[in-house]
Write a protein that binds this ligand. Structure first.
Ligand SMILES: [Zn+2]
Length: 144
């Protein structure tokens, strides 16, 4: 039998409940709900867990360690997609490392940051910091 956590969400005198597979996912759900409804005057979310007993939360700050990680939309941004298109159409369609091409070898090419975006965010949209790599070379580079 799977253990589930039943959370009761209350706004004023209105209640509804939802089941979660784990206490962790319940806390994440509560965090999101409390954040969304933070302007309501009287809210709470509560559940009972065999491990930690009865839990009640009224402010999402109580669960800040359960905040979902911000979504990284960089690779979906218009600026990146335009730049990527520019790189792929201005340079020869070959891998910078192994020099194979799409036409001759049927490989997939990717636009890669030479200096990683995580450490050099200011170069993320600098065309001189971009190179074309094939899928294999890019993964090989990342694995090192
Ligand atoms: Zn390659």
């Amino acid at each position: 039998m799977q253990f589930t956590v039943q959370v009761t969400f209350r706004i004023g005198s209105r209640c509804r409940s939802r089941h979660y597979q784990t206490e962790f996912s319940a806390k994440r759900g509560i965090y999101k709900w409390l954040e969304k409804n933070q302007h309501q005057p009287d809210i709470s979310a509560s559940y009972f867990s065999p491990d930690s007993g009865h839990q009640t939360f009224q402010q999402f700050e109580q669960l800040s360690e359960y905040a979902p990680k911000p979504v990284d939309n960089f690779y979906l941004s218009r600026a990146w997609l335009d730049l990527r298109h520019e790189v792929l159409s201005s340079r020869e369609h070959r891998c910078n490392l192994c020099h194979r091409s799409v036409a001759e070898h049927g490989i997939a090419l990717e636009v890669d940051h030479i200096l990683p975006r995580s450490r050099y965010p200011e170069l993320a949209l600098d065309i001189n910091n971009l190179q074309i790599l094939c899928y294999e070379c890019n993964r090989g580079k990342r694995d090192k």
